[in-house]
Write a protein that binds this ligand. Structure first.
Ligand SMILES: *[C@@H]1O[C@H](CO)[C@@H](O)[C@H](O)[C@H]1NC(C)=O
Ligand SMILES: *[C@@H]1O[C@H](CO)[C@@H](O)[C@H](O)[C@H]1NC(C)=O
Length: 158
């Protein structure tokens, strides 16, 4: 079965400034600085943020499963402000998913705010369809809120 979950996060920063972070490896720095206990620690294995860049995310201690995921950046569209990463090893694949893709789209809302649309697209064998219920947008929403706070306050969230 295929499925997707979507979350829209409104942030008080321009689409341009949000995309500067999401469209580059600055997002990795933000995760490693503010969210290591929530999202994990991201290591760039190869590449500079363009398509083909390989990342290794070590999940926080106590996370069930294999404890890490290897991700590949599969799309960076500067015009549409869309970025996609696909899990290529570990993470949800290790739990039995066939495909697990995260898409970030930065949408202009007005001159002072934008919307971060985070979409998780997945594919899982019909026999394991009960696994689909564990897919949610909690972590990507936390990331979106953190990027928003970083840009508006230039400091860590409480
Ligand atoms: C990815 O991270 C995991 C967990 O920290 C580690 O065991 C593994 O060796 C790393 N893989 C690479 C290619 O660095
Ligand atoms: C822009 O949108 C935000 C969020 O919807 C809103 O709070 C703000 O008042 C808007 N600003 C202008 C100038 O319309």
């Amino acid at each position: 079965m295929h499925g997707l979950v979507v979350a829209n996060t409104v942030v008080a920063a321009t689409a341009c400034s949000v995309w500067d972070i999401y469209g580059s490896l600055q997002v990795v720095t933000i995760i490693n600085t503010f969210l290591p206990d929530v999202l994990g620690t991201v290591k760039v294995l190869e590449g500079d943020g363009q398509v083909g860049t390989l990342l290794n995310v070590t999940f926080p201690l106590g996370t069930p499963g294999v404890g890490y995921m290897k991700e590949k950046i599969t799309k960076v569209n500067y015009k549409k402000r869309v970025k996609e990463t696909q899990t290529i090893e570990g993470g949800f694949l290790a739990l039995g998913f066939k495909r697990y893709i995260t898409q970030y789209k930065i949408i202009e809302n007005n001159f002072t705010s934008s919307i971060i649309r985070s979409t998780i697209k997945y594919e899982v064998d019909d026999k394991l369809s009960n696994l689909a219920s564990i897919v949610n947008t909690k972590l990507v929403e936390t990331l979106a809120e953190t990027v928003g706070k970083y840009l508006t306050e230039k400091k860590a969230p409480p």
